[in-house]
Design a protein around this ligand. Structure first.
Ligand SMILES: *Cc1c(COP(=O)(O)O)cnc(C)c1O
Length: 398
């Protein structure tokens, strides 16, 4: 007998749960890519993607995961040897910085650790020190999915402006788009990258790069941009083929159409508010359990916590034990402790994450939390009582 029998729930921070409407939209015969409804459907995605990103500017779609979108953003904006200032609040911030280095940029990293947001004062100081204007781009991660740290992007923009520095502000919203409040134009973001498989509820395989007119001007100054990553025609195609530099990701486009319809039917502000309230329910349960002395939320201050993912620690190897127990006994899969310790280090088994991005509602979150509470009890992990009922009270007050 196992109580895991039934529909499994993948509560990792991406890929996220796929709505039935998305799955149904994708379950179809191959559409024609030369004529017919796919052409119009694709054009209809562009304004709706811009609405989610809160921008009136440009968007290019790639057949790629988030790493592809990272590379596309850099390929269009940074020349060999030019300076990049990377702001790291976890594994993904370092990953984008490493990629810029491998593309030949001169990268400096401001490391804020794994449990704190970007400090805008340090960004301003670093830009003021760049008297020669070598830095072309500032790379920031809105939500670092490894640590669940969320940084204040508007404050980073203000720091760049206070230093009077012309660098582009480029932001990784792969984990946060469609989950946490994000305002591309109002916050002065020049380039924003996202992927299909997190808040956007579509399988992995589409990467998005949104860019401002200032970033488009920078692209025109580039001597060379690798043709596949060039965003120019993708964002303003003359013929359908140019959207994707080849065959379109046919079924993903149908899935994305359905997902954007869901987001806009709910309303993006309501989507953000749902994520915020469900995140509060999760934190409340975790805080109650923490009183047992074993479990710890990675971020003490709720103001810096993501609404899409929660990183936690439990003395090693209990975090891994808990994940394994939950999957085997409840059908809930939690996320690994990515980037919080080296995978060869036994300490790695002391971290785990809950994903709560995209197609998530109260019963799913309460089911996940109830499963965690069962796991804590089954594994004799000391924990404060009534985490689940505390979370239920947050839901009750929604
Ligand atoms: C998931 C994620 C990535 C990487 O995306 P892939 O699709 O796995 O390449 C990068 N940055 C952040 C913040 C992410 O959450």
């Amino acid at each position: 007998m196992t109580l895991a029998h039934g529909t499994p729930y993948l509560a990792i921070p991406g890929p996220s749960v796929m709505p039935d409407a998305v799955l149904r939209a994708m379950h179809r015969a191959s559409p024609n890519i030369y004529a017919g409804e796919l052409i119009e459907l694709t054009a209809s995605l562009m304004p709706d993607l811009r609405r989610v990103a809160r921008t009136e500017h440009h968007v290019a779609i790639y057949i790629a995961n988030g790493h592809g979108a990272w590379e596309a953003a850099l390929a269009n904006t940074v020349r060999l040897g030019e300076g990049v200032l990377a702001l790291a609040t976890g594994r993904f911030g370092h990953g984008w910085a490493e990629m810029a280095g491998r593309l030949g940029a001169d990268v400096s990293v401001l490391d804020f650790g794994k449990s704190a947001p970007v400090d805008p004062a340090r960004v301003e100081a670093a830009l003021r020190a760049d008297k020669a204007g070598k830095i072309r781009a500032v790379l920031a991660t809105h939500v670092d999915t490894s640590s669940s740290v969320r940084s204040d992007i508007a404050a980073i923009r203000a720091a760049i402006d206070a230093a009077g520095h012309p660098a582009l502000l480029m932001v990784d919203c792969i984990a946060s788009l469609g989950c946490d409040v994000f305002e591309m134009d109002a916050w002065g973001v020049d380039v924003m990258v996202a992927g299909s498989q997190k808040g956007l509820m579509v399988p992995p395989g589409l990467g998005f790069v949104f860019f401002s007119d200032k970033a488009a001007a920078r692209r025109r100054e580039m001597d060379m941009v690798s043709p596949y990553w060039d965003w120019t025609l993708r964002a303003a195609p003359e013929v359908f083929y140019q959207y994707f530099f080849g065959t379109a990701p046919t079924h993903h486009l149908y899935g994305l159409r359905a997902a954007l319809d869901m987001i806009h039917a709910e309303g993006i502000e309501a989507v953000w508010a749902r994520h915020a309230q469900l995140a509060r329910a999760i934190w409340t349960a975790c805080e109650a359990w923490s009183e047992g002395g074993a479990l710890r939320l990675n971020l003490a201050d709720p103001a810096h916590r993501s609404h899409a993912v929660t990183s936690l620690s439990l003395p090693a190897p209990k975090a891994s034990d808990l994940r394994i127990w939950l999957e085997a006994n409840t059908g809930v899969t939690l996320g690994i402790g990515l980037g919080m310790a080296d995978p060869d280090d036994p300490a790695w088994h002391g971290f785990f994450r809950m994903g709560h991005m995209g197609h998530v509602n109260a019963h799913m979150v309460l089911g996940m939390l109830g499963s965690v509470e069962a796991g804590l009890a089954a594994l004799d992990i000391p924990h404060g009582r009534d985490g689940l009922s505390a979370a239920a009270r947050v839901v009750a007050g929604a």
